[in-house]
Design a binder for this molecule. Sequence first.
Ligand code: SAH
Length: 351
Amino acid sequence: MSMISEILNKEDLNEEEIFSLLQTEDSDEVKLIYQKANEIRKVFCGDEVHLRGIIEFSNYCEQDCLYCGLRKNNLNLDRYRMSFDEIIQTAETIYGMGIQTIVLQSGEDFFFTGNMVADIISSIKSRFDVAITLSLGERSFEDYVLWKKSGADRYLLKHETASSKLYSTYHINQNLKDRVDHLYYLKSLGYQIGSGNIIGLPHQTIKDIAQDIILCRKLDLDMASFSPFIASPDTPYRKQKNADLNFTLKVMAVARIVLKNVHIPATTAIGTLDEYGREKALQAGANVIMPNFTPSPYREKYSIYPNKKCVKDNPLNCPACLENSINSLGRKMASGKGHSLKISASESLYR
Ligand code: SAH
């Protein structure tokens, strides 16, 4: 038996073993990795694919992340904030299409005070039977408490990289310890937590990626996202190479093998890197898709990176189009809120 198949037969993998899986380029071995990822995905998640509808309600950002098109120092970006009514109307559209998770995402925009966000959360929760995921960057611990009380269910805050050195290279005035502290605090409040990395950033090595997967395991995440870096114009990294598609898929598969009962999205970024990137990701361990419902003219302006998948399409066509491609893979659309795989069936029924 090859070393790779021996590793794949173990339940818990150490750093060295994760590294070996990530670095193999042997096509037979890579095939075995995808087979195992699919087997594990099927055991823990079944064939169902969950949809989460995203509303990107503000592209203002206080941070200056070197890779991100929303960075404060990008003066070429036309900034917007959606109104309260526009946000609620978009939530209604998402719910009306049968999607029961709404992701509220923005840059780190303190114009939206804790109370304003709390109003948005409680208004959505009182009108529609949905789970709410917040993805608003690092906010105060008081805000997190208030939003949980207002009905938020989940918080998505990517660790981006588990290397504290790289973290400080990419993020001006931010550090990895704070990021991780926020994640633990959110978890202690009862949020289902999502985190994850960006693959293919400058200076990053395979060892760093292995560390990312290990940090995800340590955080005991409910959702883990592994998305490819896409060079964004108007950022210091505009001339850097995009992530490699096959390596990104391999990272997702290895993450599924290591993390097991976690939701893993087929990200918009992988769909942007390759026309069939999301379908390929669903066959490499992923079980979630997050279609974008931000209305025009805002959606074009939430340009974290360029040419975002489906940005020119009418979001009303999303569910039918996604259902087609999900079915063509022999999978099916999930119904319900699609809570964490780590909470019991009866508990998730009453959330
Ligand atoms: N401000 C919030 C969320 C918005 S940004 C936060 O900080 O959590 C959402 C995600 O986009 C980031 O977490 C990052 O992982 C991703 N992202 C930003 N720029 C990117 C790029 N150039 N390529 C790929 N992903 C990128």
